[in-house]
Design a protein around this ligand. Structure first.
Ligand SMILES: [Zn+2]
Length: 685
């Protein structure tokens, strides 16, 4: 659907560190960047981004790849959607061919749901500013609440007319199908016919971390006993409430910048604080935080400040969610606002500096806060006090860091007037229990992942954009082929040999010639494709790496720095082909390259530290690899012939037996030659 030229443009514009940086807070580590993996829960960063190679990789869960792979994974979109998102980010116009009816039907459901939401967002925003009712009801409300035009734009606020089906009619007219309008929850289809879910409400779109609209919140303005004050989109294919935080899209950069996230309760709290200049603020819009939401925050910071209304009755209920923040190893502070104030009202009446000063001066460590709160509740009642101790001990026990735990034990023992030893005992007991539970949970999680993966694979066969799976079981040479592919990804473009005429031959060209002698081709179709792409690429001399830029007479270096610089440059030269493959516009090639190339790829260890000593073995290494494949092919040919001889024996077919035996001897001789050439013989698995 997108032409090749545009794909190439997108691929070369997309910078991996910029793409990943929108989702993960990255820190420089030498030539690479590091951050917490967005794909699995972790407390120490193992997600590495290599700007020079244009790829990212998690050493914990193995996920990653080029910018397109990354977007596909994190946004859960298909190849084309990912390309389009990147095109949008880099201002590249996508020349999309007119869709046929069939292709339209094939557009994924997710895409259709997002399109419906996007339309709704624009429609509601337009009504708010350009429609008489929208202005007199919706806009007036926001104005009264002190929300200015800039905030309305930033948060894409809107209004849905009170007419029963004004929105749905308009959407249907614009060609959106009822099915998707209902699935997003924008439209209700019930015994009263088709009805707009958000009719007569101001609209707060809920955006993902990358700004896509997944849901809406609608607040009623009329006083009514029958109608709920807030209505939200239902869960859908694209909306999982527990994984979203209101305001994260607008807040993420400021969370990183300030290394702190403010956590509030409602939409208006977020918008007002943002408007007053405190932009690192999000709302959980629920009573209790979920792990998905916590993980979202943790990608950007370790520091969370929770804001409570002065008269908060819900503090107790929300404490459980905060215990989960502790378990994730975050530092949590709590601020109670003065009586009668909420974050919305407070930031409306104070400027940003005043608000920040108040928050900083009044922030209390969460566990101290909790202890104080519970102590006040318990008074001198011994049963309540025992409960309190258990409660606090439980909170402390989830903290992953030993030293932090010890600090808290000291603090709480002082506050509650209980010996430290007793608290430690209790904590040990709970932690012991927990770890077995965690093991069970991890076990369960692994099983779920396996099932999901299997499902994904099963459904992948029906879609054209699915990742190719290496056919491990069916291909007896998979390991040998994969080793060769790994070599190609890294050194394929290097001029390693010369032919009889003295012309340079690149490694990938050599492999082709060497395997052709014995009539061997890659069995794995994905490898075939990658191999062909690499070969084609290296047909142009400007894509190849001259021998002299990698090999050098080491005595010629005057200084050690010169040597290091030379080999650092060699590294960059060699990356030309791997960059081409990792970021290949053919999805299958890039996927195979990342799958195969990345693991042994030295993402963290810089080659220059080794001063290129490896390069001198490259010719031998390559010969070893091609021979290993040849050897394996020979072995299976031999065992095949053996089996055929046995059959011929049984059938007393003397002629056939003789012919086969000759073949057998030839093969064995070839094997002998391979032996004599003294090469690496693969160990039996
Ligand atoms: Zn990971």
């Amino acid at each position: 659907m997108i032409d090749q030229l545009t794909i190439d443009k997108i691929m070369s514009a997309a910078k991996i560190e910029e793409v990943v940086g929108e989702y993960v807070s990255l820190h420089r580590r030498g030539v690479n960047l590091k951050g917490l993996c967005p794909f699995h829960s972790e407390k120490t960063p193992s997600f590495v981004v290599s700007p020079s190679k244009g790829i990212c990789h998690c050493f914990g869960c193995g996920k990653g790849g080029n910018p397109v792979n990354f977007i596909m994974e994190i946004e859960q979109v298909n190849y084309y959607e990912a390309l389009k998102m990147l095109a949008k980010k880099y201002g590249i116009e996508v020349e999309e061919r007119e869709l046929t009816d069939e292709q339209k039907a094939q557009r994924s459901e997710r895409e259709a749901l997002f399109a419906a939401n996007e339309f709704a967002r624009d429609y509601f925003a337009d009504i708010l500013t350009n429609n008489a009712e929208g202005r007199s009801v919706g806009l007036t409300y926001f104005r009264e609440r002190g929300i200015n035009d800039a905030s309305i734009k930033t948060f894409q606020l809107g209004y849905s007319l009170s007419e029963k089906d004004a929105f749905t009619k308009e959407a249907l007219k614009k060609g959106f199908s009822k099915e998707y309008l209902v699935k997003t929850g924008l439209t209700l289809d019930n015994e009263f016919g088709v009805v707009d879910r958000f009719r007569g409400r101001v609209i707060y779109p809920v955006q993902t971390i990358s700004g896509k609209v997944v849901a809406f919140g609608g607040r009623i303005l009329k006083k009514s006993d029958k109608l709920a004050k807030y209505v939200n989109s239902p869960e859908s294919e694209i909306y999982h409430k527990s994984d979203q935080l209101y305001g994260i899209y607008q807040a993420k950069q400021d969370i990183v910048r300030n290394d702190r996230c403010y956590l509030v309760e409602g939409y208006m709290d977020v918008i007002s604080m943002h408007q007053s200049g405190i932009k690192n603020v999000v709302a959980s819009s629920g009573t209790s935080l979920t792990t998905g939401q916590i993980r979202l925050i943790h990608r950007f910071t370790n520091n969370v400040t929770v804001l409570y209304d002065g008269d908060a009755a819900g503090i107790h209920a929300s404490i459980r969610g905060i215990d989960m923040l502790l378990a994730e190893g975050m530092n949590i502070k709590v601020v109670s606002l003065p009586n009668g104030e909420d974050p919305d009202s407070y930031s409306q009446t104070h400027n940003a500096d005043e608000t920040v000063a108040f928050l900083e001066n009044n922030a209390v460590d969460f566990l101290k806060f909790k202890t104080q709160l519970l102590m006040a509740d318990a008074g001198n009642d011994p049963i309540k006090r025992a409960q309190l101790i258990q409660d606090i001990v439980k909170s402390i026990s989830v903290i992953p860091d030993t030293i932090t735990r010890a600090v808290y034990v000291r603090e709480c023992s002082r506050m509650m007037e209980i010996e430290e030893a007793m608290l430690f005992n209790e904590i040990d007991r709970i932690r012991l229990n927990q770890s077995t539970q965690e093991q069970k949970e991890a076990e369960r999680q692994r099983l779920v992942e396996q099932l999901k993966e299997r499902e994904r694979k099963a459904s992948a066969t029906t879609t054209t954009t699915a990742a190719p799976e290496p056919k491990k079981a069916a291909n007896p040479y998979f390991r040998e082929e994969a080793d060769l592919i790994k070599f190609i990804i890294r050194y394929g473009a290097l001029y390693l040999f010369t032919d009889e005429d003295g012309n340079w031959v690149s490694a990938v060209d050599f492999i082709k010639r060497d395997l052709e002698i014995d009539n061997i081709t890659f069995k794995d179709t994905a490898f075939q494709k990658l191999f062909a792409a690499a070969y084609e690429h290296c047909q142009s001399p400007e894509n190849c790496v001259p021998y002299g830029s990698v090999f050098a007479d080491e005595t010629s270096f005057a200084k050690l720095e010169d040597k290091a610089a030379f080999y650092a440059n060699a590294e960059v030269e060699l990356e030309k082909l791997s960059r081409f493959l990792f970021n290949n516009s053919d999805y299958e090639v890039s996927q195979t390259a990342t799958n195969i190339g990345i693991e042994k790829y030295h993402l963290s260890k810089s080659q220059k530290e080794q001063y290129g000593q490896n390069y001198h073995r490259l010719r031998d290494d390559l010969l070893t690899l091609t021979r290993a494949l040849k050897y394996k092919v020979l072995l299976s040919a031999i065992s095949e012939v053996k089996a055929e001889i046995q059959i011929a024996d049984k059938e007393h077919d003397e002629q056939k037996r003789k012919a086969l035996f000759e073949k057998y001897q030839q093969l064995n001789k070839a094997k002998g030659i391979l032996y004599k050439e003294k090469v690496y013989i693969p160990k039996n698995k």
